[in-house]
Design a protein around this ligand. Structure first.
Ligand SMILES: Nc1ccn([C@@H]2O[C@H](COP(=O)(O)OP(=O)(O)OP(=O)(O)O)[C@@H](O)[C@H]2O)c(=O)n1
Ligand SMILES: Nc1nc2c(ncn2[C@@H]2O[C@H](COP(=O)(O)OP(=O)(O)O)[C@@H](O)[C@H]2O)c(=O)[nH]1
Ligand SMILES: [Mg+2]
Length: 194
């Protein structure tokens, strides 16, 4: 039943690991009532379920690599459909990770109206993730995996931003600032959508 979500407002939230995607998404949910779907959280839920598929995913995520495209996309699509009747819009956090993921999303679900590009310096992201790692319990918040995630971000995900820039839907957000100042910029981008 993809019909239900064909006309939904879709916002891609893209940025490096630890750039502050999740933090800003929470604030958008609180103010605008959007549905927040973090692809990483969906994958971690599958891992936590203890399923066979979850075990395979865990091995990939622990290495900081990308899980197969269809796996993530199916999870996002199912989660979107489940919320279709109540959703004012969708925040797709941490996806697409590569241009191909964006193309497949558009084929199977629909086109994004906006891409929020949450931008922080590499050293800032590493610092935040090491700090988060003290309490997150995430198997990939360690120095070695963080470095791999960052490398993959620059190699595979930054081209996603260039791809959508051609369409004029990218809003670059400087997330070096304090959270509330970052959100003030985010609000402007979301308000433009209405
Ligand atoms: N579309 C996606 C999203 C996530 N992952 C996997 O899930 C891991 C964690 O993703 P995510 O939670 O989005 O992590 P980061 O981008 O590193 O951002 P953060 O942890 O700071 O939210 C990734 O490293 C990757 O292995 C993936 O393969 N494909
Ligand atoms: N100073 C500052 N810290 C932030 C900001 N956003 C997030 N953080 C911190 O950076 C860490 C990673 O943020 P998170 O939202 O999980 O990032 P994500 O990996 O992009 O989803 C968190 O522990 C936050 O405390 C921000 O705008 N400013
Ligand atoms: Mg996150």
């Amino acid at each position: 039943m993809a019909d239900k979500i064909k006309n939904a407002k879709i916002v891609f939230v893209v940025g490096g690991p630890g750039s502050g995607k999740g933090t800003q998404c929470e604030k958008i949910v609180a103010k605008y009532g959007y549905t927040h779907l973090s692809s990483g959280d969906l994958l971690r839920a599958e891992v936590a379920s203890g399923s066979e598929r979850g075990k395979q995913l865990q091995a990939i995520m622990q290495k900081g690599e990308l899980v197969p495209l269809d796996t993530v996309l199916d999870m996002i699509k199912d989660a979107m459909i489940a919320k279709a009747d109540v959703s004012k819009g969708y925040l797709i956090d941490g996806y697409p990770r590569e241009v191909k993921q964006g193309e497949e999303f558009e084929k199977k679900i629909g086109a994004p109206a906006l891409l929020l590009y949450i931008d922080a310096k590499g050293e800032t992201m590493v610092k935040r993730l090491m700090k988060r790692g003290e309490t997150s319990g995430r198997a990939d918040d360690n120095e070695e995996t963080i470095k791999k995630r960052l490398d993959l971000y620059y190699k595979a995900t930054e081209p996603v931003i260039a791809f959508y820039e051609q369409r004029g839907i990218v809003r670059k957000i400087n997330s070096e600032l304090p959270v509330d100042e970052v959100f003030a910029i985010v609000e402007k981008a979301i308000d433009e959508l209405k």
